[in-house]
Design a protein around this ligand. Structure first.
Ligand SMILES: NC(=O)c1ccc[n+]([C@@H]2O[C@H](COP(=O)([O-])OP(=O)(O)OC[C@H]3O[C@@H](n4cnc5c(N)ncnc54)[C@H](OP(=O)(O)O)[C@@H]3O)[C@@H](O)[C@H]2O)c1
Length: 300
């Protein structure tokens, strides 16, 4: 099968259900117009505690499925959008359990996602978090079955350890396309804990969730280390005539593993600002200055 081209930047739908001045349609169009290909969502996005459930047509009363339902609405209103995007969703978080990667659960979870997204297939289906009771051979059979049935074009995982990725890969007939860990100047573990190495070894594209640390990079720093990161970002931003968020994204884009940052802002001007980070090329000196600032001590 031809490998899907995921592009260089993705748009994330985690915050789609939050109140916002701009319409969902506007946000999705802005991302696609900037050249983003991958639109990343999950069945759990929109879920709140049952007391505070947001009422979204097609979602459960507790908000489960809310973000998928909003994106599905957007696609139904403008069907041409479907072909412009690589549509990715995730399943396997099952409140209040917390996780379920059994065949029985995932099969009905995928059906429900397709219904909410108003589509017959998703381009990428990801296991959201590792279910510690996973039988890897059974999970592989379930996922391969989704591909054979034409309901899923490619497979991915999220928040898996390198060992968990290897264990699942050993049983899959459809090789994993992607892995989605948290990666940013706020969360740098993936650079040294084997996560990006297993991606390189098995040919997985790393998709970085919360690439700006959910905004933590811009808040008033509460540690010496975060202050140093902000100063390093500032310094680099001045030299590249760029904004802090663009430098923080360029830091991810510069890594040779081909990290795709999943942009999470709900503000159309910030979606555009993020897209322009593709024009910034950080030098090796820039990259290590930022990394060492976050590390808090020199490399050994
Ligand atoms: N697989 C997983 O377990 C997992 C977990 C979390 C997230 N994700 C994925 O990752 C995507 C992105 O996550 P995220 O929303 O946390 O991403 P992010 O890009 O790190 O953070 C976006 C947040 O930062 C705020 N922000 C503050 N200053 C900003 C600036 N200058 N530029 C841009 N944003 C700024 C945004 O506010 P405004 O909206 O007001 O601009 C928004 O609340 C999600 O949508 C989801 O697809 C996956």
């Amino acid at each position: 099968m031809k490998k899907l081209n995921l592009g260089r930047m993705a748009y994330g739908c985690w915050r789609l259900t939050e109140p916002n001045e701009s319409s969902v349609q506007h946000r999705i169009h802005t991302a696609l117009d900037m050249g983003f290909k991958l639109i990343d969502t999950a069945d759990i996005y929109g879920f709140t505690d049952p007391e505070r459930g947001v009422m979204i047509n097609g979602a459960d009363p507790d908000g489960f499925g809310g973000a998928e339902a909003l994106l599905g609405d957007c696609i139904a209103r403008d069907p041409a959008l479907r072909d412009r995007m690589i549509l990715a969703t995730k399943g396997g978080i099952r409140p209040p359990l917390p996780y379920d990667s059994s065949q029985h659960y995932l099969t009905q979870a995928l059906e429900a996602s397709l219904k909410r997204l108003r589509t017959n297939y998703v381009d990428l289906y990801q296991i959201h978090r590792p279910d510690l009771l996973t039988d890897y051979a059974a999970l592989a059979e379930t996922l391969d079955g989704f591909v054979i049935a034409g309901k899923v074009r490619a497979l991915g995982v999220s928040n898996f350890t390198p060992h968990q990725i290897r264990a699942l890969s050993a049983h899959l007939k459809t090789p994993l396309l992607s892995h989605q860990p948290e990666i940013s100047l706020w969360a740098t573990e993936s650079f040294e804990d084997g996560t990006l190495d297993i991606c390189a070894e098995l040919g997985l594209t790393p998709l970085a969730w919360s690439p700006l640390g959910s905004g933590a990079l811009f808040r008033t720093p509460d540690t010496k280390q975060m202050k140093a990161v902000q100063e390093a970002l500032d310094d680099c931003a001045v030299r590249h005539d760029a904004t802090l968020s663009q430098i923080a994204l360029a830091f991810l884009l510069a890594h040779p593993s081909g990290i795709i940052p999943i942009i999470g802002t709900q503000t159309p001007t910030r979606i555009k600002e993020a897209g322009s980070a593709l024009e910034i090329k950080l030098s090796r000196e820039d990259w290590y200055a930022l990394y060492i600032a976050r590390r808090g001590e020199p490399m050994p």
